[in-house]
Design a protein around this ligand. Structure first.
Ligand code: ADP
Ligand code: MG
Length: 383
């Protein structure tokens, strides 16, 4: 990965090469990894989430027109849109994430300024670390800085979520955008998706979080995500609750037999996962290794057998992580179906852990994984 000054220079050069002047403004927004939860968000439950040092930068200058012209250094592509139209771009779908943000800002009555921009992200795209929310939140921050108005972090998160729901057409919950705007340097966040409150959670000294990217691509807009969501909503309806979040484990145990078998499995996972979020927050703060091991194991077990979101690459990665030195616990991350996973690792063993996982996973799958520790980063803002 490039250093901060190198990255800045790369963006500045790309900007000047395209637009002829240096950029005037720099914004960033982080990706995220969920430590526990993820699918709990659209059930209005809790998620333990970590805004990470991998982030999306936009270098920008106002262009005194009504158009937004962008280049993505990740996709090596240019695209633009007009602030006064609402046409989706079918050929360059990535620009819809930014155009969608503009549409939501317009709907709030906020004045928008056209700009030129170059985008660069160190969040891997479509790997479960939420490059989409990082892009939306960085773009909203550019519009904010150029428009001369202010959005509270929660407002910005809700607006970017709506952009992804409505304009991009991905029915995501609030987790990704919330983490990207509300992050605090050095802390995990315990997010309550019902009242939209976020509490900082300290991670005990000596524990490190390591991302283990299976490098098997997933498609979030695919049918499975929507299907799981619909099954959860059906379960809540049959149990007479507005969301699964409202159902306690005791209530569920008493009425589980009333549900169709598939719906019952999905609900059992979500209700268990919601409880594990609070338990893991306590375990991380206290450095309780045994609890971390048990909670992450139960989460992965549920992902495999109840929610059925594990892909073959995830089983190979899980085996590699659990066999590596210094591992405390490991589980899936994000929506599942491949992408990234996480391990909690003794800080002193991170290098040995990473080397062992690489060797083991590559031997088992023929694919070189990406393994790297992450720390908590601040939410979206100016650089
Ligand atoms: P995730 O959010 O887990 O990375 P998504 O499928 O939700 O996966 O979002 C990935 C999509 O977001 C990409 O396919 C692309 O359209 C868009 N995107 C994210 N980051 C960038 C970037 N730096 N440049 C261009 N497009 C991006
Ligand atoms: Mg996404």
């Amino acid at each position: 990965m490039t250093t901060h000054p190198q990255r800045r220079q790369t963006l500045a050069e790309a900007f000047e090469a395209r637009f002829g002047t240096p950029p005037e403004l720099w914004c960033r927004a982080p990706g995220r990894v969920d430590l526990m939860g993820s699918h709990t968000d659209y059930n209005l439950g809790a998620v333990l989430t970590l805004p990470i040092g991998r982030d999306t930068w936009i270098a920008a200058s106002p262009n005194h027109t009504r158009s937004v012209r962008l280049h993505s250094l990740n996709l090596h592509t240019d695209a633009s849109f007009d602030l006064d139209t609402a046409d989706r771009n079918a050929d360059q779908p990535w620009i819809n994430y930014i155009h969608g943000v503009a549409e939501e800002l317009k709907a709030e009555g906020l004045p928008l300024v056209g700009f030129d921009g170059v985008i660069h992200s160190t969040v891997p795209l479509s790997s479960g670390l939420s490059s989409s929310a990082a892009l939306e939140c960085a773009a909203a921050t550019v519009f904010e800085a150029l428009g001369g108005w202010h959005l509270e972090p929660l407002q910005k998160a809700l607006l970017c979520q709506r952009a992804e729901n409505r304009f991009v057409g991905v029915n995501c919950g609030i987790l990704d955008q919330f983490t990207s705007t509300m992050g605090q340097d050095g802390c995990a966040l315990l997010l309550d998706c019902r009242d939209l409150s976020g509490q900082p959670v300290a991670i005990a000294h000596g524990l490190s979080i390591v991302i283990c990217d299976t490098r098997s691509k997933r498609e979030l807009a695919g049918t499975e995500y929507g299907e799981r969501r619909a099954q959860c909503e059906a379960g809540a309806r049959l149990l007479g609750a507005s969301a699964l979040r409202e159902v306690t484990p005791e209530q569920f145990a008493a009425r589980e037999h009333e549900l169709p078998a598939m719906v019952a499995k999905r609900c059992r996972f979500i209700i268990g996962e919601h409880a594990r979020v609070y338990a893991l927050a306590t375990a991380l703060a206290n450095g309780d290794r045994e609890a971390i091991r048990q909670l992450t194991a139960a989460s992965f077990d549920g992902a495999c057998h109840l929610y059925e979101i594990a892909a073959p690459a995830m089983h190979s990665m899980m085996a590699a992580m659990l066999a590596a030195p210094g591992v405390i616990g490991a589980r899936q991350a994000g929506a599942g179906f491949g992408g990234c996973m996480i391990a909690l690792v003794e800080s002193a063993s991170v290098d040995d852990f990473a080397a062992a996982v690489r060797t083991h996973y590559a031997a088992a799958t023929g694919t070189e994984p990406e393994i790297y520790p992450v720390t908590a980063a601040a939410g979206a803002g100016l650089i």
